[in-house]
Design a protein around this ligand. Sequence first.
Ligand code: PLP
Length: 395
Amino acid sequence: MAISTKVSGFIERASWIRKMFEEGSRLKAIYGEDQVFDFTLGNPSTEPPKAFNKALQELALNPQPGMHRYMNNAGYPETREAVARHLSKVAQSPVEAGHIIMTCGAGGALNVTLKTILDPGDEVIILAPYFVEYIFYVDNHGGTTKTVPTRKDSFQLDIDAIEAAIGPKTRAIIINSPNNPTGVIYPPEDLQTLGDMLERKQQELDRTLFVLSDEPYARLSYDHAEVPCIFSHVRNAVIVTSHSKDLALPGERIGYLAANPAMDEVQKFMEGAIFCNRVLGFVNAPALMQRLVAGLQDESVDIADYQAKRDVLYNHLSALGFRMVKPQGGFYLFPESPMEDDVAFARLTQEHRVLVVPGQGFGTPGYFRIAYCIPMETIQASLPAWEKIARDTGL
Ligand code: PLP
């Protein structure tokens, strides 16, 4: 027994990821990289904006003494200030550097926040379809997850169902908009209804209920869709986010958490979260990246490029008879599986060298996820394979 039973169980539970990866590697070895249409990973093929490379070069040419040292666990003051200025614009109300902690990605920010707020046995509500790591992150900090489905045809918030799931052990709800895997954005009216409901429940239960708003796709929205700021609607809200997607820097592990200045005992929360950033072993977010992203708060990758990819795939698949919500943001599609068994469907697509992830991986069987953050040529080259898949499944 080299590892814990719990971790063995988690590995088994998330085994579809490994299976997809192994199958992809096998097919690529046989047919070549460019002959396999791999839609499984949310790892952007796009490069960071030019401004990032420019800032990196300038810094490399002008190294500053001490630039690789430890720092305050919350991050460099100037980076936190730059983020706070950006968020103040988004929130249309003041956010200060003192409400920001630089983190190792959104994953780091989620772990820091969960460790800060959870007592053993506390419950965290997650909404299906969900980003599966939430389950493991909550467990990391002694909590348990309770799953509430989103609305069947729209994948929008089902606030009555969320309310019904709240009990004396509930501590938080994790939301993600624009959403992975569905691409939906939650409208401001729904966030307000959520915020109002939580105010009521907090009074009733005499307990703080947090909303963790996981927003790594916030700058990736299409057709001018607005991504509302959670701070305007939910008082006890924490934004957890990163530059993994909007600046295409997932390997650099740079993100942040931001506490709503209006939160209950916000200073206490910040004190706890700074401590947790340290003792989780992150210590602080990567120094070099903090210096770079400070000047890139208004930059992003080419959104029009993602929108063009969405349009090509959405239009092609819809014309073939696949049914799905048109994504308003992010870089995923979540169509209904034309076969009842979404794992069997994912196996069938593999026969056409198309790799997708079954909906079960997101707690929602009967669907499948396409990540379209891959080169346009690969997307275009995959279109005939999708026609064959549609034919094979009788669409
Ligand atoms: N949350 C969601 C919904 C994601 O899709 C991802 C990554 O794919 C993350 C969090 C983690 O992102 P990061 O690289 O910032 O840790």
